[in-house]
Write a protein that binds this ligand. Structure first.
Ligand SMILES: [Zn+2]
Length: 1031
């Protein structure tokens, strides 16, 4: 009999029928599980180490039971579970249910078979979908339980430092009968209820769904499963009412974003990968249509070496096209801070791994979760076989809403890539009606494209997709009122987007994240390790390549370099290099840097010994001399420190050719010595014939001039090299965020401990030292150094840092007016405004840069160089370098202790390009290297030089897989169109252009001419050249 229906009572009636809380004695949810029984026995063994299965199962296990707790944090508990399925359950679906707040992995027959993580809705391991009577009913499983949760073990809040003494409880371990028919009916009703609620009263589809659900409840007798099928038919009828042709299509792709380290150490990530991917494979066995996109070659490599059996299964599913490697990089790295060459290596190591292991490279860059994206990335992607990019983090912008979800992104050189942000603003969807509707509604490019991505699955140990997510989306695949949903792949999505791309907009320049801007500064030792190790690997490659080119007997250290690069690349992961990780990760990362420094020094010595063997032989009749090596591609005249025969250190002014070396016996005299004078008021003046400076007793610059000029660089009445301390209390993300309001808390640091005094009187070097008290507990000591001939003043800084929620910066108010400042980025530079006109300008109150930044007028400017800092800003005429922060979460000890860093200020005539700021910033970062030598005075050698100062030869390395071939990488650094000649003294037989993966370009042969190789550049163009050497 038809009855009037009240919308609210009908909705709530269906809700109660599905409720986990109310009326479970008589509702449908209460019938999901049938009989239960405990395992025959549970026993356990605990260890502080993460050990292999074979080692674990040989240990002594002692009895355990649900309710027991285990710990402390980071230990591992291995459980042996003996099961026997009751004979009465024959024909039924039986699950092993395991609930704990620790992350579990089920092992069966010595193989990992599934992850069990409550937070990822994975508490059931399916033992059988219908047990036959003749099948064995008894079974032994092992469960490897990590004493950490999905997000580690934060004390109180997720990002709080881990509680070292936390205990983890086994709350449930039992066998249950699972009623699949009840589950299916629940899924139908859930979707109908969501449609009824979310489509709203103005939508007739909402009422159709509601009344159908109501009718289904009428028809169901929960005690009589034979009534279910008629109810299910009603649901199927409504789900099969299809959409019109114009409906939006959602491409659902399974995903599990696994941070390579974050609130847990690297070693735990290895197990998170195994747990999650084993779970995904089980799901694929039951759902052959499931696709799963998986990034980060490093994680594949971990599973390959730790879980070979699991890896072999993954390879099968890759071959089937279900398990889809994506991204092309070694890890999902930070998008701002790695150097240009390091970013190339992310792709080179990643793509080569994917090619080797799976027979193809990735066609899309996959970086959903990092804190901004360099404007150089489009060119790097294109050079690595990638024309598509997927991310979504810009939806986290605090101030401005990014105006697109699908667009072309154009980098500083003009390279474009098709870019897609999943419009649902998440990479961890659950397949719900609400998320589908949001995806369509939120899409900023409606009418331009009609397809979008939907990444579903729990990340970070949550084990990725669930059966429920798949079953929800099955029902929504094509039902009127909802977008069409299909399980798809990144390739299918991007292919249709490419077809639809003719109307898309273009975004030019960086994708700046208006949040997490503290990550340019947090964990200064990691930043320093990164910069230094990038330099070390650069130098080792240059010197090893030259050694190998000159002497066949020298073996280029291929394996060692790959190992060290991979350590460096791993540390560039988007929660490690940004400093947003726990202390355990910081310790691992610093150890990796120590290893790169140690092994790098040894490799460099071996290369130098081979390259300069004759010069290093002691010779009887000669006086001691010094071999000076220059790994940069221009001639350098600089003051170095060298060790004499008696072991005493002395200074020498030397000139060394481009990418080569010189033997120095008698150092040259400076054209003008450095003059240092103390004035009556205690201030100190220094001058070297290039610049003249005046420093007050607190080490602050009151004057900075180019000699023979009255043009003052420091604003009248202001001090440069002024330290300032800010309160730094963000809203939540402590290690990540510095908020706009910190600028309102500026306090100049003016507490003098030791006034400025001269420590080197001049000649080749002038130097003065002072120290300050910062805040309550910290001190800073600085040596201000001026070298003969050097166009910049150097600040060698030591800080003892003991602060809480403070931010230390150093400021240079300069007498320059410009609405834009220039910042170095990967293989180039870009400009950002110095004003706060619009919300887009103001949101960039704290930005990142690499080795230098510059503020210039026509004809004059001032540059600020640094050797390991990344945070910066330029507001009006004040250049600031961000030095140290003191966040307390997730690492309570972040940045506490000793720091050493150097920055420098360089006033210049003309543009920064013509003044050589770029070259000087390289020189500050890559010092000349002095080695005591035998003799052979006057010998100098250059391997490479470039005719144009606009072109930087950044990289010299042996080609991958080709021992007698060298790859050189050059870029146009001025932002100009230029032809440059590359000259080399190496025995080059043949030269050709290649891409960043070192694949020769079609028609890329370069003629060898007297003047070298002619190379044509457009602004910021990156060129790689393969040089085949004569045998
Ligand atoms: Zn992440």
């Amino acid at each position: 009999m038809a009855a009037r229906k009240h919308r609210r009572t009908a909705l709530e009636r269906v809700e109660k029928f599905l409720s986990q809380t109310y009326f479970t004695d008589c509702n449908l949810r209460g019938r999901l599980f049938g009989d239960r029984c405990p395992p025959t026995s549970v026993s356990c063994f605990q260890t502080p180490r993460r050990i292999p299965y074979e080692e674990a199962v040989g240990q002594d296990f002692r009895p355990a039971k649900p309710g027991d707790s285990f710990g402390p944090t980071w230990e591992t508990c291995w459980f042996k579970v003996e099961l026997s399925i009751p004979m009465a359950w024959a024909g039924r679906e039986v699950h092993f249910v395991w609930e704990s707040d620790g992350e579990g992995l089920v092992w069966r027959d010595a193989q990992p078979v599934q992850g069990l993580t409550k937070e990822g809705e994975k508490t059931s391991y399916i033992l059988t979908s219908s047990l036959k009577e003749w099948e064995p009913h008894s079974l032994t499983l092992y469960v490897e339980l990590a004493c950490n949760g999905l997000f580690g073990a934060g004390q109180g809040s997720m990002i709080a430092p881990p509680d070292p003494d936390r205990r983890f409880t086994l709350s449930k371990a039992e066998l249950v009968v699972f009623n699949r028919d009840v589950y299916e009916l629940l899924m139908d009703l859930e979707i109908l209820l969501d449609m009824a609620q979310l489509l709203g009263e103005e939508n007739q589809r909402s009422f159709q769904a509601l009344y159908t659900a109501n009718q289904m409840v009428n028809m169901c007798d929960v005690t009589d499963p034979s009534t279910f099928s008629a109810a299910r038919d009603l649901a199927a009828a409504i789900f099969s009412q299809r959409n019109g042709e114009s409906q939006h299509t959602i491409h659902a792709v399974g995903h599990c974003h696994i941070d390579s380290a974050w609130l847990w150490p690297y070693e735990e990530t290895v197990r998170k990968c195994a747990r999650s991917w084993a779970t995904v494979l089980r799901l694929m066995e039951h759902n052959p249509e499931l696709t799963f996109a998986c990034s980060q070659a490093q994680q594949f490599e971990w599973v390959r070496s730790w879980y070979p059996g699991l890896y072999a299964q993954i390879q099968d599913f890759v071959a089937k096209g279900q398990f889809i490697p994506v991204g092309g990089t070694w890890v999902e790295m930070d998008g701002n801070l790695p150097s240009g060459e390091a970013m190339v290596r992310q792709f080179l190591q990643g793509q080569r791994f994917f090619q080797e292991q799976f027979g193809r490279i990735c066609s899309e860059f996959w970086l959903p979760d990092t804190f901004g994206y360099s404007a150089q990335l489009p060119q790097l992607m294109r050079g690595c076989g990638i024309q598509r990019f997927l991310t979504q983090k810009l939806s986290w912008n605090l101030v401005n809403t990014f105006p697109h979800h699908t667009f072309f992104w154009e980098g500083i050189d003009g390279s474009r890539v098709l870019t897609h942000f999943p419009p649902g603003d998440s990479y961890g969807m659950h397949g719900r009606v609400e998320e589908m509707l949001k995806t369509v509604k939120n899409n900023k490019d409606k009418g331009l494209v009609n397809h979008s991505a939907f990444l579903f699955g729990f990340g970070d140990g949550g084990g990725g997709p669930t059966q429920k997510m798949l079953d929800r989306m099955k029902r929504m695949s094509d039902t009127d009122g909802l977008p069409r949903v299909q399980l798809s792949s990144p390739n299918r999505l991007f292919s249709v987007l490419e077809e639809e791309s003719s109307q898309l907009c273009t975004w030019v320049g960086e994708l700046f994240l208006e949040l997490h801007n503290g990550t340019y500064t947090t964990q200064a030792q990691i930043k320093k390790g990164n910069r230094e190790c990038e330099r070390i690997l650069h130098d080792v490659e240059v010197l090893s390549t030259l050694a190998a080119a000159r002497d066949d007997a020298f073996l280029y250290p291929v394996c060692q370099l790959q190992r060290l690069w991979r350590l460096l690349l791993l540390n560039q992961f988007h929660d490690v290099l940004p400093g947003s990780c726990i202390q355990l990760v910081v310790e691992d990362a610093l150890q990796h840097y120590t290893e790169i420094r140690r092994a790098g020094a040894q490799l460099q010595e071996e290369a130098v010994q081979s390259l300069c063997r004759e010069l290093l032989q002691p010779q009887a009749d000669s006086t001691e001399s010094t071999l000076v090596l220059n790994t940069l591609p221009w001639e350098r005249t600089e003051v170095i420190s060298r060790t004499g025969p008696s072991g005493a250190e002395s200074l020498a002014l030397v000139t060394v050719p481009s990418m080569g070396y010189a033997i120095v016996r008698e150092p040259s005299l400076p054209p003008k010595p450095v003059v240092v004078r103390k004035q009556e008021d205690g201030s100190i003046a220094m001058e070297n014939g290039v610049i003249a400076v005046c420093l007050d007793t607190m080490g602050r610059l009151t004057s900075l001039r180019l000699v023979d000029s009255e043009r003052e660089s420091i604003s009248a009445g202001c001090y440069a090299n002024q330290f300032a301390l800010f309160d730094d209390v963000p809203l939540y993300w402590d290690a990540w965020d510095v908020m706009d309001y910190h600028l309102e808390t500026r306090k100049a640091v003016t507490t003098l401990l030791t006034p400025l005094e001269i420590t080197m009187a001049g000649g080749l070097r002038g130097c003065a030292r002072f120290s300050l008290q910062i805040g309550k507990g910290s001190t800073l000591t600085q040596e201000i150094i001026l070298d003969a001939t050097c166009p910049y003043l150097r600040f060698l800084t030591q800080v003892e840092w003991k602060e809480a929620h403070k931010f230390l910066k150093v400021e240079f108010p300069v007498e320059v007016r410009s609405t834009n400042a220039t910042y170095e980025i990967q293989f180039g530079h870009l400009q950002r405004p110095t004003h706060w006109n619009t919300s887009w300008d103001w949101a960039r109150f704290e930005v990142w840069a690499h080795k230098w930044m510059d503020l210039s007028e026509h004809g004059f400017g001032v540059a600020l160089l640094n050797d390991c800092k990344y945070g910066a800003s330029a507001h009006r005429n004040v250049l600031s370098l961000s030095l140290l922060r003191a966040p307390k979460s997730p690492d309570a000890t972040a940045d506490m202790g000793h720091h050493q860093f150097t920055y420098a200020v360089m006033p210049h005539w003309g543009s920064f390009q013509d003044a050589g700021v770029i070259q000087r910033a390289y020189s500050l970062n890559v010092p000349l290297q002095a080695v005591p030598a035998g003799s052979a005075p006057g010998r100098a050698w250059s391997a490479f030089s470039v005719s144009s100062p606009a072109v930087v030869l950044e990289t010299v390395k042996q080609a991958e897989d080709r021992p007698r071939a060298v790859v050189v990488r050059l870029y146009e650094a001025h932002g100009s169109t230029v032809v440059a000649w590359l000259q080399t003294s190496l025995p080059v037989q043949e030269a050709m252009l290649c891409d960043l993966l070192e694949r020769p370009c079609a028609g890329g042969r370069l003629p060898l001419e007297q003047r070298g190789l002619s190379l044509s550049f457009t602004p910021f163009r990156l060129l790689s050249v393969l040089l085949l050497l004569r045998q």
